[in-house]
Ligand binder design. Structure first.
Ligand SMILES: Cc1cc2nc3c(=O)[nH]c(=O)nc-3n(C[C@H](O)[C@H](O)[C@H](O)COP(=O)(O)OP(=O)(O)OC[C@H]3O[C@@H](n4cnc5c(N)ncnc54)[C@H](O)[C@@H]3O)c2cc1C
Length: 466
């Protein structure tokens, strides 16, 4: 294995990184102090090197140090901790896997889907427990979550999903139109499925709080330090070499925790797509404005049941964050912070859903990159000639809970492989551990293929009236 950073796709996001203007990345980044740490400027030898300072990397570092406090763990982040999807997301910590439970049951069978979803609920509870136990300041609220049907076809599908959920023992509640109105009012909102367990949080605050936590456990965090090359020496037991602009790291194990950025490192570039999603944010709303749309009694988090979903939630200061509508892949795998066309479409959709709020101002818009696999399932595992390069990727838009739980799954495997004394018990590994995502054709074929697929998904939404 020999990975090389291809800097070209970063062109669109490099200037803010170089200027250190991290706070302009999203609304969430404005709500938390961010002083970038110094880059790595001296060679380091360590047990484990983690690449990527999102939730996957942070969670892995946390669990390794919890189980093995003497282990030397280094985390390299290209920009600042929480600069990627983990700082920018909608903040929904949910149990969703694949497209949804029905899809997962159709793919894996009901029993396996039940096991997979129970793991996802463990991940949601893990987020809540971490926040509580370590007093991570991130505005966490257990609001519950409703998947809203906006057309008859989706409603029929949702009924089938609800039956499966009941059979598997999940406490989802069917909300008919009247019951749904208790949570949100809107012409298009026909019915929904309510799940009481999901929570929302401020994602950048969580990432920065996790940074402080792992540093307190002794993890060496280097921000502004991109991995430029990973060299695997083929003699058994030899250390891995990681090159960065000023210094190199030698490690016994590496974790690639770069999710949607993997393609730019050449990691799973033919299997995980750097797809973008965007969010627009309103000014703070008054109690009357929220009452006008029926969103004042409960602060339930919401998503529409479409191919091109909308996800919307309230912030701690009573703004509406409204995301989705479209998701795009750019030529050459480029990265974008904002897509004006998609953000304009989002604002138009918001006004269609909530005509009484047509005059509210939008103060922020931003987006980020997801790692998406063809079947929408994540991929965890290990590889390389010495089997010492671990990864967790491909959360496909549903990574807040699972990436925060990634370390709980990876760390026991890593510690057993390292042969540390008294390693933690190994967990039953989920179906996506060791799962290779489907291969995707290269270059323009991939780009145009995905565009055609995206157009088909949008056309289906339009035809169904969703
Ligand atoms: C706008 C948006 C909204 C979303 N909303 C939700 C939601 O509401 N709920 C949900 O469940 N999921 C959501 N997601 C997805 C979720 O945020 C991700 O699945 C999750 O954060 C993935 O975490 P990660 O640590 O694996 O990746 P990331 O957070 O992307 O972290 C990867 C890190 O690697 C760094 N990196 C990249 N290349 C290098 C390199 N060469 N050297 C060093 N570092 C490098 C990056 O700078 C980045 O910080 C959303 C994503 C986006 C973009």
């Amino acid at each position: 294995m020999h990975l090389h950073l291809n800097p070209a796709p970063y062109a669109a996001v490099d200037p803010p990184v170089r200027d250190g203007a991290y706070r302009t990345v999203s609304f969430w980044h404005e709500t938390v102090p961010i002083t970038p740490g110094p880059p790595l400027d001296h060679d380091v030898d360590c047990d484990v090197a983690i690449i990527g300072g999102g939730y996957t990397g942070l969670s892995t570092a946390y669990h390794l140090k919890q189980y093995a406090p003497d282990l030397s763990v280094v985390l390299l982040e290209r920009a600042v901790i929480g600069h990627g999807a983990s700082g920018r997301n909608g903040g929904f910590a949910m149990p969703l896997l694949g497209w949804d439970l029905l899809y997962t049951a159709e793919k894996l069978g009901e029993a396996a889907a039940g096991r997979a979803y129970r793991l996802m609920y463990d991940a949601v509870e893990h987020v809540k427990r971490m926040v509580r136990e370590h007093q991570l300041d991130c505005d966490l609220e257990t609001t519950g979550y409703i998947m809203i049907n906006t057309c008859k076809r989706r409603e029929a599908r949702a009924r089938r999903e609800h039956t499966v959920a009941e059979r598997l023992g999940f406490d989802h509640q069917w909300l008919d139109h009247n019951a749904l109105q208790e949570h949100i009012r809107g012409e298009q909102f026909l019915s929904g499925i309510y799940d009481p367990h999901p929570c929302i949080l401020n994602p950048a605050k969580l990432a920065r709080a996790m940074k402080r936590l792992i540093e307190s456990l002794g993890v060496q965090v280097y921000e502004q330090t991109p991995l430029t090359e990973l060299v695997v020496n083929r003699s058994p037991g030899a250390r891995l070499t990681l090159r960065t602009p000023q210094a190199k790291v030698q490690a016994r194990q590496v974790v690639l925790a770069v999710n949607g950025y993997g393609a730019s490192l050449g990691f799973m570039k033919d299997r995980i797509l750097p797809v973008h999603t965007y969010i627009v944010l309103t000014e703070p709303l008054s109690q009357q404005q929220l009452e006008g749309i029926g969103w004042a009694k409960y602060r339930t988090s919401l998503e529409t049941a479409r191919n091109m979903i909308h996800y919307f939630r309230l912030t701690a200061d009573r703004r509406i964050a409204f995301g989705g509508e479209d998701a795009d892949l750019y030529p050459g795998g480029a990265y974008k912070d904002v897509d004006e066309k998609i953000c304009a479409a989002l604002k138009a959709r918001f006004r269609e859903y909530f005509p009484s709020l047509r005059d509210v101002r939008f103060t922020h818009q931003w987006g980020g990159v997801l790692g998406v696999s063809l079947d929408m399932f994540p991929s965890f595992g290990r590889g390389g000639p010495d089997n010492n390069v671990f990864h967790a990727t491909g959360y496909s838009g549903h990574g807040v809970s699972l990436s925060n739980y990634a370390g709980a799954l990876l760390a026991p495997e890593m510690l057993h492989a390292l042969g540390v004394p008294n390693p933690p018990p190994r967990l039953e590994l989920p179906f996506f551990y060791g799962k290779q995502p489907s291969w995707l054709p290269p270059g323009p074929l991939r780009y145009y293929g995905m565009r055609a697929y995206r157009l088909a998904l949008r056309a289906q939404d339009r035809l169904e009236g969703a």
